[in-house]
Ligand binder design. Structure first.
Ligand SMILES: C[S@@+](CC[C@H](N)C(=O)[O-])C[C@H]1O[C@@H](n2cnc3c(N)ncnc32)[C@H](O)[C@@H]1O
Length: 296
């Protein structure tokens, strides 16, 4: 049966076309649409074909191979950007009660007193703003510090949203009333992050599949990003994070992510139900868990 050229419904992508999309995305952006995401991937690709009025997957493949802009637009339609303020409260408690006091003691006599934190895969900004609010509330004399939070993501749409700094609903459900009053301006049903918090953060587009120099960091958050990468890409990136951290620097992953079989020797620290990773000071030490109980 020949295809009816007047039809507006595109042909569904074939299995081999879907494989071509997967390979291209993994090569360029490190994101792996493997069997576990099968139910999501094909419908999304086919929906995108309909949205852009492309007649078949071969046409879309030509478009995204021929133009970075077309590729980026296609990728945007596939990204998972779920996030919220203080998504894992224990992580921000660890930042407030263990990490920041330790950094403060270590850098007390540094001049200038610089604190550099990277939120890698920051989505629409809730994570870096949560970090900034925690720093502003926990660091005595925060204004005496040069605080630089680098917030990067591959999605330009997410970054544009983040730069506006306006939030509502579920996204801010875990922000306390005191934090809303202190760090946001109320605009009807929405809340805008105040300039003091906004100024701590630089948002920048960055594809984590490519190696980019970011300078030395005291702390790196890469939460719920590496779970979409192949083991090899994940390990390459973890090595880059390790190299970017100061000795004694800290690395935070999402709750369901693990550091099994990684090529570098972080020490593991535990605070409540939060696990995080410390770059050893001096020669890499054995991987022993460091238990830091609540309030310790
Ligand atoms: C599920 S969100 C996580 C947001 C936040 N870190 C959190 O845990 O709430 C994953 C983010 O990773 C970004 N991402 C995926 N692949 C990326 C890549 N290769 N480079 C940079 N960002 C990427 C996505 O655009 C998305 O915003």
């Amino acid at each position: 049966m020949g295809k009816d050229k007047s039809s507006t419904m595109p042909d569904a992508a074939t299995a081999s076309e879907l494989d071509e999309f997967r390979t291209l995305i993994e090569e360029r952006s490190a994101i792996l649409f493997d069997a576990s995401r099968e139910r999501f991937f094909a419908p999304r690709v086919n929906q995108y074909l309909r949205e852009i009025g492309e007649q078949d997957a071969a046409g879309l493949l030509r478009r995204i191979r021929g133009s970075n802009v077309e590729y980026d637009r296609f990728l945007e339609s596939l990204l998972t950007q779920e996030t919220s303020f203080f998504r894992y409260p224990a992580i921000f408690q660890a930042l407030e009660r263990v990490v920041l006091p330790e950094v403060q003691a270590r850098k007390l006599w540094s001049n200038p007193r610089v604190l550099r934190i990277w939120s890698a895969g920051c989505s629409t900004g809730e994570e870096p703003y949560s970090i900034a609010i925690t720093v502003a509330d926990a660091l005595p004399f925060a204004d005496a510090w040069q605080i630089e939070i680098l917030a990067t993501d591959i999605s330009r749409e997410a970054l544009q949203f983040a730069e506006r700094g306006v939030y509502a609903g579920r996204s801010i459900a875990s922000v306390s009333a005191a934090q809303l009053q202190a760090h946001f301006s109320n605009l009807g049903d929405t809340w805008r992050v105040k300039p003091r918090i906004r100024r701590m953060i630089s948002f920048a587009p960055m594809n984590l599949a490519r190696s980019v120099y970011v300078g030395r960091m005291d702390c790196i958050f890469c939460m719920n990003v590496l779970m979409y990468f192949s083991e090899q890409r994940r390990n390459e990136l973890i090595r880059r994070f390790y190299d970017a951290l100061e000795p004694g620097g800290l690395f935070f992953l999402g709750h369901s992510e693990s550091m099994k079989n990684v090529p570098v020797k972080f020490e593991t620290a535990v605070y409540g139900d939060c696990k995080y990773y410390v770059k050893p000071v001096g020669p890499a030490s054995e991987k022993k868990p460091v238990a830091l109980g609540k309030g310790s």
